[in-house]
Write a protein that binds this ligand. Structure first.
Ligand code: ATP
Ligand code: MG
Length: 574
């Protein structure tokens, strides 16, 4: 990995060579070109990081350009969200560009193509067009309208523009080669009639340029030197080059393709994400289980973690599927450094400390980060009644369980040693309260007589805490590859991807939490306040990520062992 980083990935190498050879006068200009027809996902982050970082590395510029030539699917809310997400990721694009700003130029280029005898207006219906197009194994057939004169084509194209034709009645096609083995070169449509209101140009146009025509010309108009895109555009490159070679354009950018990002246990496609939202499998586009940048931000992902992940996975020509565990570990690495520590109890069990003075409250000192003095300290209150985690108590604990059990002594984090004396149960036989004693000499967590306890558990003061709802998220899909063996990914959803806990007790200091701060709830994981659903007096927290990768442990357990060892006891961590 080190070695590869030093050398740089293959795109870096190509560009480095270009700069050394003074190609494009040694300039580097890139762009990130989303279509505003949905929200960005982490796959887009790979492209954003690549384009902006390359530009920075070679002292060049990277633009944000909206490829907005399909008004039927594009909306202003997507434009706003995409701008916000790119900024949030940490990239400064100044003023964004829009392909729709070039509609006049693009129209002019189309006229130029007609004049050069390289484009014609075709009156085949969409069905006929499909038939004439041929297949992967069969050549296409020339359209009967292919030999219209330049004058006739100019006239028809003009009438297309002025709204004389219905959608699908006529198209403007590039005249290339119906016999080409590359279907993209079989006289592709470059303009079609579309009577839709465009989010930016309104009803000014009723013909719109197609993606393949728009994209290369927008790149050229902006002076892009290296047009980086994902592998599915490889077959479109000959058309990209044909348009720019056939027309007189400002420059001819070099298209370079790289493999898309795929991550296991999720899907990275706007269309599939849209289906999940439309069929109410998730709440909305910013559902914290989704790999959308808005969802990940809401869940507590940091831009640093996402950027670091994109760096680590690198850029290549080969498709691969990346382990979700790697993304989560990038997140943990970042949060471990900067998340302030607090205490919260998710499944509370009441504890009464019988020898603690009635009515007394004291303030104890807790570190905001045990390894970082500079993050400061805070005060947490303690009194006779506290809550601990239900899981931290066992009525009949095995030997290696170092938490609470009848007669056992544990340390309450930042507070005292307590010993469990009595268990109170309800009629159903469930433990509902513990009666403990505390040792006043152990204040702060150490015994003056050097007595040791093996377990330290977290707690909150029952008289001085806040009630909260906490949402625990897990992987959205059950299988690593949600579409394995032609499975419908919708059938593969993990039914336990969301667990809502409504009776959580959190330390009071979280009352001033904001959604931008990610906390470590000691021993439990990283959490942040959910900004859309938190209402005054009704806080909601999201679990961003657990402290350890539970899925990795499970995966390791799965390979069948040669012989189970009957002497080996189940290990439980204290
Ligand atoms: P989707 O397939 O999710 O609908 P898209 O490719 O249609 O995405 P665009 O808005 O066209 O979305 O993408 C903008 C840029 O982001 C393109 O250059 C595209 O190559 C790149 N991109 C999209 N998805 C990925 C991905 N998973 N990995 C890397 N780059 C991606
Ligand atoms: Mg696309």
């Amino acid at each position: 990995m080190e070695e590869e980083n030093k050398k740089g990935h293959f795109i870096e190498s190509i560009i480095k060579e270009d700069v050394e050879n003074n190609k494009n006068n040694g300039q580097v200009t890139t762009r990130f070109p989303p279509e505003p027809n949905g929200y960005l996902h982490i796959g887009h982050a790979k492209s954003i990081c690549l384009n902006f970082n390359i530009a920075k590395q070679f002292n060049g510029t990277c633009y944000l350009r909206f490829d907005d030539s399909n008004p039927a699917k594009e909306k202003q809310i997507y434009i706003d969200s995409i701008k916000e997400s790119v900024n949030w990721l940490g990239f400064d694009f100044k003023t964004p560009f829009f392909a729709s700003d070039y509609f006049d130029d693009l129209h002019g280029f189309a006229v130029q193509l007609i004049r050069r005898g390289k484009a014609y207006v075709c009156s085949l219906s969409p069905e006929e067009m499909r038939e004439y197009r041929g297949t992967l194994t069969e050549k296409g057939k020339d359209s009967p309208f292919r030999d219209r004169s330049v004058e006739e084509n100019l006239d028809l194209f003009n009438r297309m523009k002025s709204g004389e034709f219905k959608e699908g009645e006529v198209t403007l096609r590039a005249k290339i080669d119906m016999g080409s083995p590359n279907i993209n070169l079989r006289d592709p449509i470059i303009y079609r009639v579309k009577k839709a209101t465009h989010p930016r140009t309104g009803d000014e146009w009723c013909i719109y340029p197609m993606y393949d025509f728009t994209h290369c010309l927008s790149d050229s108009l902006e002076g892009i030197t290296h047009s980086l895109c994902s592998l599915e555009f490889e077959d479109h490159r000959p058309l990209y080059d044909w348009v720019l070679d056939t027309l007189e354009t400002p420059c001819h950018p070099q298209q370079i393709e790289f493999a898309r990002m795929n991550i296991n246990y999720t899907v990275l496609s706007k269309r599939k994400l849209q289906m999940l939202v439309d069929q109410n499998q998730v709440e909305s586009w910013d559902d914290p289980r989704l790999p959308t940048l808005e969802g990940m931000r809401r869940r507590g992902y940091t831009p640093e973690a996402i950027r670091n992940f994109c760096n680590i996975i690198g850029v290549s020509k080969k498709d691969s599927r990346i382990d979700m565990g790697l993304l989560e570990s990038c997140l943990r690495d970042d949060l471990n450094e900067k998340a302030p520590r607090v205490m919260g109890v998710l499944n509370p069990l009441k504890v009464t400390i019988e020898n603690y003075p009635e009515g007394q409250t004291e303030n104890l000192t807790a570190m905001n980060h045990p390894q970082k003095e500079e993050m400061g300290k805070r005060s947490i209150s303690f009194s006779k009644e506290i809550y601990v985690e239900q899981d931290d108590f066992m009525e009949d604990p095995p030997r290696k369980f170092f938490r609470l059990g009848l007669g056992r002594e544990v340390r309450l984090r930042y507070a005292y040693f307590v010993t469990c004396k009595e268990i109170i149960k309800n009629d159903a036989g469930e433990v509902i309260e513990l009666i403990c004693t505390y040792d006043p000499k152990t204040k702060g967590g150490n015994a003056p007589d050097g007595r040791k306890v093996k377990g330290t558990i977290h707690w909150v003061n029952a008289d001085n805490c806040m009630d909260a709802e906490v949402r625990l998220y897990d992987r959205l899909f059950k299988d690593e590859n949600p579409e394995q063996g032609n499975q419908d990914f919708m059938e593969n959803l993990n039914p336990d991807s969301l667990k809502i806990l409504t009776n959580c007790k959190l330390e009071k200091s979280l009352e001033t939490a904001d959604a931008e701060t990610i906390y470590q709830f000691e021993r439990l994981g990283y959490f942040c306040q959910d900004s859309p659903d938190t209402k005054p007096g009704k806080p909601v927290f999201n679990r961003t990520v657990t402290l350890r990768d539970a899925w990795a442990k499970m995966a390791k357990k799965q390979p069948p062992r040669k012989q189970p060892n009957p002497n080996k006891k189940n290990k439980k961590k204290g």
